[in-house]
Design a protein. Structure first.
Lengths: 319, 307, 374
């Protein structure tokens, strides 16, 4: 007989046992791995982290008070613009009321981050609850809820937002937290239907699967079925939907502020800054360009992350 | 099919009712009177009261609403509190403008997105693909008003090629149409690409190839029809996007359409206009969605012929 | 000359995790009018082989890296695309596994069948419609004329597969590749479809390559069978010979794992333990070695060749050190489940030392070996 060739024992063992030695991963672990490989998504995550840091530590990072006016120094240009109007005291320039743009940009990120996440959380809670109840119970409850969502669907979302904001911002409710609470609620009200329908659709298709039938047959209570069986399986498209809801909310706030019915002054937001900058646009474009750049980067980041999550959680789910 | 259509059309009525109800409640939830707009020159209270009585704004809410409904079914939306003309006239003036803007933008969006989406899918990872995806991402993430401002800066302020505001001839229409078309084009392009990629992976494509058909024939004859089905269904929400986009665009470019009308009427608390335009928009959206569903039914034989 | 000669075919897929050697040196041939069975478990490379014959392997990840496929005297692997397209659907046709996904849902079946007719046989609309009706009747679809403009979803599974068969037959190909044609169907429908294929093969003298994992399917349908494992052919024999006298442990494993009506044993079904080999980094020796209960050292070190074997018909080949000339499995009776051959030697020695009564007592309930002798 021949002598055995020198093969590492582990390799031979693997060949013998015929076990595929590549690491086994769970569903979520696999998704995470795929997400990490996605460069655009990772870029997005980094950018969002930076924005979050800026938002949280704004009071310590921003050089000036964002609402303090230094009228003598108004309309300074940023340091990189090489214009005669740049003022070293204001690295990114100042607006027409002499407020430091850099500080305002930093403080604006607070609003944007919060406006991105809070309504999304509200949408998540309401949307999932309604969607699951509707899909699971079916029948009249489902019908009723779906007719209700039809009505809300009939409103163009921006129109609905405008109506709510414009009409309620001068009420006491509109004054809570400088108009933020109203903004959160408005965005949540207008956008929860999409998620509810999505979840309902998921539940409807999952309901037919055998494992739900099995759970029912064993006597599991509906609440538990919804929580432990339906919810985790419906989660993937929900996560993707949430990832896209955040930039949508940020955009909504910016748009409303741009029209003039958003957050109340003097709180700075990027949308407000663009609104104010539009007035002096022909004199200097920077008060518009800089906040616009900020919005774009943040929205781009969230979009990349959303795309990445979608690809990671289900590469075939090309919405 | 027919029964389904009729049923959907009938559902319009309760939907419109609730839309009106919600809008009405919200519009009247704002404090203050529509006639008391200027904080620097407040009108004396009696004048306000008289104006209120004259326009029926002092009546209790439910009465106002009932009155409104009664008139609305006859397409009489009252007259504007600001402009002293019938609401239907004012809307009638603005609607063709907005419709034209919207249709132009939709056609432009389709003309850009469909070919680019298809080519991107067929030539994945090529320059065309990356380029289109890049522009689609830009169109999708950067807010339309930001793009509008930039384009205005480049073309109107710097190059002085196009006017900033106004409407009427081709030069006035270019910027608003282009800006309005960008976001829908971006979404449609990504969807078309994804849909094509999905369709081309299907088993029936392999079957078609196994019959010896040329790749071109396979794509056009087999893949396209399947790929376009999801795209067609998105046109409904895309229309909604065009409608909401028109508010901003018309405001920025001073286009005399109902979008701008709506925004200004909100600020002026001109209730009749608010109600009229809102109902019109809601109707358009429901109609758009219904049309899309019908078109989808016609495209997909699994729905059309059924089992 | 054979209709199709495949010589040392290597088809590989280049993926991020490595190169998958899906078809690793496959050589076989088929004569006109013959039905050949290609049998193996999932992932053994049989479907990829079939797709390679028509160059239907998706080109980005896949590639035919070596070998030749000579059909009717011409090497398919060296042709340019236009010529290959000439052959597809025309001289070689394929029937796919899942008729629901393999038919285009938005086109009528008439359209899908006429396509090939109009392309290869240059028929016009009228002629192709007539011919389509004939084909549908031929495959047993009732009211063919009325159902011409129906869509695939309006047919049942069995009917859809008949449509696929009609599609494959449309241009009178010389060779039809049937990839798991009945796997997606009910058992009763399976029988009907197989009968249909057999009759068509006989009537039109079409050669068939029947690809399946189901030995029961090939038993009544084929003249010869090739067993594939791990991207290689591991046994070649006439059908009867294969079932009566298989000469490769994998084949024995397959045959043993089929439940039989005449089973006298009280024992369990015997699956083949383990998993198919990793085609990116296959074992250096025989690919079946890790799962083989008859293995020796040499099996782990050197891959066996596909060679004729002793104690069998002349054109019966197997890829196994044990059953080839000089191997330790040459005289084995595989039907007796005896486990490790080394163990058998030891048992034999032990038994030789026992008194006869002890042997009788120990083997009281073991059935006698089957009477058939080589």
């Amino acid at each position: 007989m021949t002598t055995t060739t020198a093969m590492p024992t582990s390799q031979r063992r693997a060949a013998e046992l015929n076990v595929i030695t590549r690491k086994q991963r769970s569903l979520w672990g696999d998704a995470l791995h795929r997400l990490r490989r996605n460069k655009a998504a990772m870029f997005g995550v980094v950018m969002i982290a930076i924005a979050a840091v800026l938002a949280i530590f704004a009071p310590m990072i921003a050089p000036y008070d964002p609402i303090q006016q230094h009228t003598a120094d108004s309309l300074a240009d940023p340091f990189f613009s090489n214009s005669q109007y740049s003022n070293p005291a204001y690295p990114l320039g100042s607006d027409q009321l002499g407020r430091d743009i850099l500080s305002r940009l930093i403080w604006s990120s607070r609003v944007s981050m919060v406006v991105g996440f809070v309504p999304t959380a509200l949408i998540f809670i309401v949307g999932i609850t309604v969607g699951m109840l509707s899909g699971f119970h079916g029948g009249r409850v489902d019908n009723l809820l779906m007719r209700f969502t039809d009505i809300i669907y009939a409103f163009p979302d921006l129109l609905f937002l405008i109506i709510i904001m414009a009409n309620l911002r001068n009420t006491p409710a509109g004054d809570l937290m400088g108009g933020l609470v109203l903004m959160f609620v408005a965005i949540a009200i207008v956008n929860w239907v999409g998620l509810a329908r999505l979840v309902r659709g998921q539940v409807l298709s999952l309901k037919e699967k055998e494992f739900i039938e099995a759970a029912r047959a064993v006597g599991v209570k509906p609440g538990r079925i919804m929580a432990k069986h339906l919810f985790p399986n419906a989660l993937a498209p929900v996560i993707v939907s949430m990832a896209f809801a955040i930039p949508s909310a940020i955009l909504a706030e910016a748009t409303l502020s741009f029209i003039g019915i958003g957050i109340k002054p003097p709180t700075p937001t990027w949308g407000v800054m663009i609104n104010e900058g539009f007035v002096v646009f022909s004199a200097t474009p920077w008060p518009v360009i800089l906040p616009a750049l900020c919005i774009s980067i943040v929205m781009l980041s969230f979009t990349f992350v959303g795309d990445g999550l979608r690809d990671a959680l289900d590469p075939r789910m090309k919405i | 099919m027919l029964k389904y259509t009729i049923r959907r059309l009938l559902l319009l009525i309760p939907t419109m009712f609730f839309v009106a109800l919600i809008t009405f409640s919200l519009a009247h939830a704002a404090p203050g009177s529509p006639f008391d707009r200027n904080p620097n020159r407040p009108l004396p209270q009696e004048t306000i009261d008289r104006l209120n009585r004259l326009y029926g704004v002092d009546k209790p809410m439910y009465e106002q609403f009932a009155l409104f409904l009664g008139n609305a079914v006859r397409f009489d939306f009252g007259s504007s509190l600001v402009k002293n003309r019938a609401v239907s006239d004012i809307i009638g003036d603005g609607f063709p403008v907005t419709a034209q803007l919207g249709i132009q933008a939709l056609l432009l969006a389709l003309a850009l997105s469909l070919p680019l989406g298809i080519i991107s899918a067929l030539r994945q990872n090529s320059y065309v693909d990356y380029g289109s995806l890049f522009f689609a991402t830009i169109g999708y993430t950067i807010p339309s008003f930001v793009i509008a401002i930039f384009l205005i800066y480049i073309f109107a302020v710097n190059l002085r090629m196009l006017p900033v505001v106004g409407w009427g001839d081709l030069r006035h229409m270019i910027l608003p149409t282009v800006v309005l078309a960008l976001a829908p084009a971006a979404v449609l392009m990504r969807l078309t690409r994804a849909s094509m990629l999905e369709a081309i992976r299907q088993d029936y494509v392999r079957t078609a190839r196994s019959k010896g058909l040329r790749e071109q024939v396979v794509v056009v004859g087999h893949v396209l029809k399947n790929a376009m089905i999801p795209v067609a269904t998105v046109i409904g929400p895309a229309t909604a996007g065009l409608i909401t986009g028109s508010f901003i665009i018309e405001t920025i470019f001073s286009v005399p359409g109902i979008g701008r009308l709506f925004v200004t009427s909100i600020n002026q608390r001109d209730y009749p206009i608010i109600m009229g335009t809102t109902l019109l928009y809601a109707f358009l959206i429901v109609l758009a969605n219904l049309t899309v569903d019908l078109v989808y039914g016609m495209l997909d034989p699994r729905i059309k012929v059924g089992k | 000359m054979a209709l199709l000669e495949v010589n040392d075919l290597h088809t590989q897929f280049f993926t991020r995790d490595g190169t998958v050697k899906a078809v690793d040196g496959v050589t076989f041939e088929i004569a006109a009018g013959e039905t050949l069975g290609l049998v193996g478990e999932s992932g053994c490379g049989k479907s990829v082989t079939a797709l390679s014959l028509m160059r239907l392997i998706p080109m980005p990840p896949g590639k035919i890296v070596k070998g030749s496929v000579v059909f009717d005297g011409q090497d398919v692997t060296k042709m340019d695309d236009d010529d290959v397209r000439q052959i597809r659907g025309n001289n070689i046709a394929m029937i796919f596994q899942d008729p629901m996904t393999s038919l285009n849902p938005v086109l009528t079946i008439s359209r899908q069948i006429s396509e090939a007719l109009e392309l290869h046989l240059k028929m016009d609309r009228g002629e192709s419609r007539k011919r389509t009706i004939e084909l549908l009747e031929l495959v047993g679809i009732p009211s063919a004329a009325k159902r011409l403009d129906d869509y695939p979803h309006q047919f049942s599974g069995g009917m859809r597969q008949r449509v696929m068969i009609a599609m494959a037959l449309s241009c009178n190909p010389k060779l039809i590749l049937a990839d798991e044609p009945t796997t997606a169907l009910d058992v009763t429908i399976q029988a009907q479809i197989l009968d249909l294929l057999k009759n068509l093969a006989r009537e039109f003298r079409t050669a068939f390559i029947l690809i399946t994992h189901d030995l029961g399917v090939v038993a009544g349908m084929t003249q010869r069978i090739h067993v594939m494992y791990g991207g290689k052919i591991v046994e070649k024999a006439d059908t009867g010979e294969l079932f009566a006298n298989p000469k490769m442990p994998y084949t024995w494993g397959l045959l043993r794992s089929i439940p039989r009506l005449d089973e006298r044993r009280k024992g369990k079904l015997l699956p083949i333990e383990g998993l198919p080999p990793d085609l990116i980094a296959p074992p250096p020796g025989c690919r079946f070695e890790p799962r083989c209960q008859y293995r020796h050292e040499i099996c782990r070190e050197k891959p066996p060749e596909l060679l004729p074997i002793p104690n069998a018909k002349p054109d019966h080949e197997a890829r196994c050190w044990g059953t080839q000339a000089g191997g330790w499995l040459v005289d084995i009776d595989w039907r007796r489940d005896i486990g490790d051959t080394k163990q058998l030697e030891e048992i034999k020695q032990e038994v030789a030392t026992l008194p006869p009564e002890a042997i009788r007592a120990a083997t009281a309930d073991v059935p006698p070996p089957p009477a058939a002798q080589r």
